[in-house]
Design a protein around this ligand. Structure first.
Ligand code: NDP
Ligand code: OXD
Length: 318
């Protein structure tokens, strides 16, 4: 059985933890970090494990046996869309899922429990209780109820929030209602006080969340103006419309982890809103030890002539 070389192309990430984790878990396989260990990959069969790597890594004379994303999203692997014969895998892992559940639960509670207002009171040494309604009076709508969105929906439901999802296809296997497709979007938005996006970046989702979406959300006695959480991809949101919606108080607050351009430029007006919390794309980090374990299991499958798990269809975009 031929062992595959493993080429790790971690793009802007610190390569060292990835080199260490692969060297620890890859057995006898040859591990190379690209481009640090040289740009040319040689003629031995290999796989590429990539995070936002420069596309020229995919332009070698010999093609990879498979390409793995080092995260859940595969939008950065679009250069491979015209090579459907190369299998592409992504990370689906309880560790990554639980990190996203933590982040989204925190963000929804931060908005629902009016923590921003209490932070402002504290900075002025003011004791200022606000009406604090129960979670059951707030409806959370999650756009994208795949692996991450479904887990977040269940966690929020267990806290008492009214939860609904929106996806591309109809679902009947969830303990919360799922609205599907453009035809059910308005119905979904009309019942949503806190909108959470966990959508991937695809041609169909790009710029989907715009002013018309924000205006269609429901005001509630509990929360006032609706709020927005984005931990999916910045490209799914019209950032200009988001800024306008915050300025016009169509939205009452937001927690944002992902942006059209990352790092978020220092002159972005989003930094200035007192009712917006910004985090630097850290909602669900990939832990090298965990991710590498899943990739090595897939490499073993390839070496045994089997297909990979968590394969994605890049023509669908996610
Ligand atoms: P999945 O592929 O499991 O789920 C994607 C969901 O989005 C599905 O419910 C899918 O619908 C829905 N969807 C896709 N396209 C459309 C569309 N055009 N209209 C309506 N719904 C659509 O992905 P994950 O849950 O694992 O991850 C979601 C995203 O989260 C990733 O793609 C990544 O971009 C982001 N992410 C962000 C992180 C961070 O740190 N901020 C960390 C990890 C991931 P259907 O169910 O019908 O297929
Ligand atoms: C991912 C991410 O897609 O970190 O895993 O954004």
């Amino acid at each position: 059985m031929t062992k595959l070389d493993i080429v790790v192309a971690p793009g802007p990430w610190d390569p060292q933890p990835w080199r260490d984790a692969f060297q620890k878990q890859a057995g006898q396989r040859n591990v190379r970090v690209w481009p640090h260990d040289g740009e040319r990959l040689g003629d031995a069969p290999y796989v590429i494990c990539s995070w936002k790597a420069e596309p020229r890594v995919f332009e070698q004379a010999v093609e990879p046996s498979a390409v793995f994303s080092l995260g859940a999203g595969v939008d950065h692997l679009q250069p491979l869309a015209d090579k459907p014969h190369i299998p592409v895998g992504r990370i689906v892992d309880p560790d990554l899922t639980m990190r996203m559940v933590e982040y989204v639960s925190f963000a929804v509670l931060y908005l629902h429990r009016k923590i921003r207002a209490y932070e402002a009171s504290q900075s002025q040494r003011r004791w200022a209780p606000l009406v604090q309604p129960a979670a059951s009076s707030v409806s959370v709508g999650i756009m994208g109820v795949g692996v991450l969105g479904s887990a977040c929906a269940r966690a929020l439901q267990s806290m008492g929030f009214q939860v609904a999802g929106w996806a591309r296809s109809k679902r009947t296997d969830t303990p919360f209602p799922v609205y599907a497709g453009p035809e059910e979007l308005l119905q979904f938005l009309a019942r949503t006080n806190i909108l959470v996006s966990l959508l991937p970046s695809t041609p169909a989702t790009r710029g989907l969340i715009d002013m018309s979406v924000f205006r269609a959300l429901a005001h509630s006695d509990a929360l006032g103006a609706p709020c927005f959480v984005n931990a999916g991809r910045g490209e799914a949101v019209s950032e200009q419309d988001l800024i306008e919606a915050l300025n016009a108080e169509v939205l009452g607050g937001a927690v944002l982890d992902v942006f059209e351009h990352e790092p978020l430029p220092s002159d972005s007006p989003l930094w200035d809103f007192s009712n917006v919390l910004i985090t630097p794309h850290v909602a669900a980090d990939s832990d090298p030890e965990v991710v590498v374990g899943q990739i090595v299991r897939n490499v073993e499958r390839l070496e045994a002539g089997r297909g990979i798990e968590q394969q994605v269809d890049l023509s669908r975009g996610y």
